[in-house]
Write a protein that binds this ligand. Structure first.
Ligand code: PLP
Length: 404
């Protein structure tokens, strides 16, 4: 196991105080804090290397290009993809899902065709498909879940028919913490000849993901949730699919040759990367993936699952506590409500105690409707959180409860 106190020294922000109290940062599902190694690598690139990538013959441009393409290789290794041609840089999970919805919808979906999503999707994986719905008249079919927050696999199987074109499902719910059985879901989809997009925004930061073992067709994640910078993300796509999808945006980098009469496109991944990429952010992302890989994704998972179970046990002892999300396989997110205390009041008062949690619908309004609530309080854990911070959260909740 890694030394948590040593690890915390890599994150200067964790030494901050807010309202005169030590910061307890439990909003990690929204974004995580960054280790020095990431920020320093980016500063170093701006100070010492900076030049636009791919187009230059000069020294700096070649060095920047090498760093950028080395970052792609780091991502490939992190996901165990077959080739760097399968790694597309985007701005984040949202853009990755929009890219697939838009390009796949354009090429392979017609009026009446169907996409299967689940009841626990983030808006990114709902609205992207609704945009295709508005353009092409496709239908969204929704996998229901039980009251513990587990998808109903029998109902999932029943949704397939001759109009099903793609399944797009979250790996881990950002509200319930449920880890969905995506390996099995992919097997079922493939048995029907249907490809699967996995939204990995809440899985890639927390446990090892192997896209070949999953056999997913697409996998999306965000840099900023995996200790990298904001504004960078990844779309993994099987080469056979990326070859067949039309481009997403037009511009520089994504072309073969251009004339006013006819333009040819570059091969993937560049076909999907129009314009100057955020080549400094890709370096930051690579250093972040190096960082978590050095600690070990399996170690991170053990640590965070321990915190999650400890938190669930501790919070359940609080009078009036209602945990939302009781799935057997539960990752580093705990959503809750206490008595009839409004989630916003709870979040605001916890903040005054130095405890940062998120409140509201967590970009999952349809899930809130299913749960019959307007919003929840959400505590979410990262590799640097401690049991003492969980205790601070529980004591904070007890203090706030006593005020009502
Ligand atoms: N999908 C899930 C499950 C998420 O939790 C999030 C962010 O919270 C997203 C998608 C969107 O990620 P981003 O805003 O980084 O694009």
């Amino acid at each position: 196991m890694y030394d948590i106190e040593e690890v915390r020294k890599d994150f200067p922000i964790l030494r901050r105080e807010v309202y005169g109290r030590p910061l307890v940062y439990l909003d990690n599902a929204a974004t995580v804090q960054k280790p020095r190694q990431v920020v320093e690598a980016m500063a170093d690139e701006y100070y010492n290397v900076n030049a636009n990538v791919h187009r230059g013959v000069h020294f700096l441009s070649q060095q920047a290009t090498e760093l950028h393409e080395a970052a792609r290789e780091t991502v490939r290794r992190f996901l165990n993809a077959r080739s760097t041609a399968e790694i597309v840089f985007t701005r984040g999970t949202t853009e990755s899902i929009n890219l697939v919805a838009s390009c796949f919808g354009e090429a392979f979906m017609r009026e009446g065709d169907e996409v299967i999503v689940s009841e626990m999707e983030h808006h990114a994986n709902i609205v992207s498909w609704q945009l295709v719905q508005a353009r092409k008249g496709i239908r969204l079919r929704v996998i229901p879940m039980n009251d513990r927050g587990e998808l109903l696999m029998d109902e999932y199987e029943k949704l397939f028919n001759e109009r099903t074109r793609i399944v797009s499902v979250t790996h881990v719910s950002n509200v319930l913490g449920t880890v969905n059985p995506v390996r099995r879901m992919i097997e079922i989809a493939h048995a029907h000849g249907v490809p699967v997009l996995v939204d990995g925004a809440q899985s890639a930061p927390h446990f090892a993901v192997d896209v070949q073992a999953l056999d997913c067709d697409f996998f999306a994640f965000s840099g900023h949730k995996v200790y990298g910078p904001t504004g960078i993300g990844v779309l993994y796509g099987k080469e056979s699919w990326l070859d067949r999808l039309p481009p997403y945006m037009g511009g520089g980098e994504m072309i073969g040759h251009v004339s006013f009469e006819h333009t040819t496109f570059a091969a993937p991944p560049l076909k999907f990367e129009a314009g100057t990429p955020d080549y400094v952010a890709t370096t930051g992302l690579a250093r972040a993936l190096d960082y978590v890989s050095r600690l070990g994704m399996d170690q991170i998972q053990v640590h965070e699952r321990d915190l999650t179970h400890y938190a669930l046990e501790r919070l359940r002892r609080i009078p009036g506590m209602r945990i939302l999300g009781e799935a057997a396989e539960h990752d580093a997110v705990v959503s809750f409500l206490v008595g009839n205390i409004h989630h916003l009041d709870m979040g605001t008062l916890l903040d005054r105690l130095g405890i940062a949690v998120r409140t509201g619908h967590h970009c999952a309004e349809p899930l809130m409707h299913r749960l019959g609530v307007e919003g929840t309080v959400r505590a979410s854990f990262a590799l640097y959180n401690t049991r003492a911070e969980v205790d601070a959260l529980a004591e904070g909740i007890e203090r706030v409860s006593a005020m009502f």
